[in-house]
Design a protein around this ligand. Sequence first.
Ligand SMILES: [Zn+2]
Ligand SMILES: [Zn+2]
Length: 373
Amino acid sequence: MRDKLFIGLLLVMSSTVWAQVDINHQENEVFVKPQLRKNIRIPNIPGYQTLKGDFHIHTMFSDGQVWPGIRVEEAWREGLDVIAITDHIEYLPHKKHLSADHNTAYKLALKQAVEKNIILIKGTEITKNKVPPGHFNALFIEDANPIENEDVSLSIEEAVRQGAFIIWNHPGWKRQQPDSTKWWDFYTELISKNRLHGIEVANANEWYPIALDWCTEKKLTVFGNSDIHAPINLKYDLSERYAHRPMTLVFAKERTKQSVKEALFAGNTIAWFGNTLAGKEELMQALLKNALILQPAFRQVEKKGVEWYYAELSNVSDIPFVLQANDRQDQKMILEPQSSVIVSYRADEKDLTYRVNNAFVGSTKNMTIVFDL
Ligand SMILES: [Zn+2]
Ligand SMILES: [Zn+2]
């Protein structure tokens, strides 16, 4: 009896202790999105880390709909390593409600960037109505304010004086080039003065194949950027496992801002948008060699007097590849991310060659990958 009383007392006491927690305040985690970063698996290439970047992003400080810090949060969740906030310097539709100088978006986003280990690059978009000149992103600037100028040449000159990397944005945007994606002398002149360093081969949901040829011919860096204005998950259905915004893969020596800058000036990038890759041949070759692995043959059989080998071809990346056997036009296969297929070849074959239909190294040229046997 005494024991029961004691237990009863304990229960009363413990409920008193619990009562100090507010029972009328309960956490409900149902339907709450977990705070997780998605890891995008794309292999490194010899001597370089493969970083995922987006170098064209807007916030409320120009015509975007999102506060700067949220841009960092979005990038972190999607598995990006490096972003540039590039608000228009001449087009500020929210100015009446948000009066601030051109460096404010960067300053506001920096706190989240440090907390989330995202490399944040200070940038701006020089925005002129016609092509030429069109729109340019200036990256790695020090101060956006003096870059504002009616004269585009003076804008770019000031950005370059600050050490900026200059990208010609969306060269085939119909609003500025209604007939076709054309090159103009204006850009040749910029290159001659070392004031143009890269081109957006892909912007949002458009891509401009001819711009990939320009990058190769004129030694300019290839970019694929989102140019996102809305919240990212209002534009892309990121609930799909392999869904992603258009991005630029950067092959950098280290995961630092300085290394990214060196990589961009060295042209070490590939654009990845939708299910398509676009870049220069040497880098594409290096990436595919590390993404697609042919294991040694595991089986040998004889069919009608011919020796056949069977081996496993694996895709160790998160990029799906559309492979077409060179000598067998009918044999097209999609090698999904993180999956393998069995391939067969005759004992007298010297190599297995595939055209990668979704990897472009020229406007009309696909990457070819050769496995020596
Ligand atoms: Zn633009
Ligand atoms: Zn833009």
